[in-house]
Design a protein around this ligand. Sequence first.
Ligand code: PXP
Length: 254
Amino acid sequence: MPASPSPSRIRLGINVDHVATLRNARGGTRPDPVRAALAAIAAGADGITAHLREDRRHINDEDMARLKAQISKPLNFEMAATQEMLDIALRTKPHAVCLVPEKRSERTTEGGLDVVAGHNHLVPYVSKLAEHGIRVSLFIEPSERAIEASAKLRVPVVELHTGAWCEAVLTQDRAGDAKGFDQLRLGARLAQSAGLEVHAGHGLDFDTARRLAAVPEFVEFNIGHFLMGEALFSGLAPVIREMRKVMDEGRGLT
Ligand code: PXP
């Protein structure tokens, strides 16, 4: 996504996968993830994220093409590093691709990419996407090993997996909360000092987004499931505006 108006304002990417999950529960066309993306942008989203999974359990090929054609903000295409997905990404030409690990049996993206063991597999994907002007990010655990391995792959961006920390916060695991937050804080610092732009995502809610926003190295959050769930009760636009507000508060901008 392009630079934000203020250097310290965190960009908010909205993940619309679970609008498609709800649609696919019935088949047909409603609710439409593209409509959700347009509403999210109208409410202040800085970009839209969608994950085209191998099994097409939520977003499908047509959704991705429609998102690219219809949204006015950057599209962040999440995908596994497979030839099929690479071909689709090169046809779609999104602003960015976030490479994620993918197992059919998982309910959601359960861990970060294994960048160390996967180095040789990832090299051609990173270079092909970069050759086509697509900004590549790697979705990784906030560990020193993963960050150093990502820097070696010469990607411009890493997205640190916040799932384990968010789960610890949700289950009131104090030790897990403190440890997870520290890993994210130190990971963000290490990644930035290695020349990487640092994003975060997975499982973020108002509380965790506000807290993580205080870590100055983060420049973008990608958030979906919590917001779509809250939108059932409050509506999508108010929920996105509230997320914007808590992120700005966490960053000390209000
Ligand atoms: N970032 C990445 C790389 C993801 O895989 C996901 C989940 O699809 C998210 C962010 C958003 O996570 P959530 O839906 O839990 O907010």
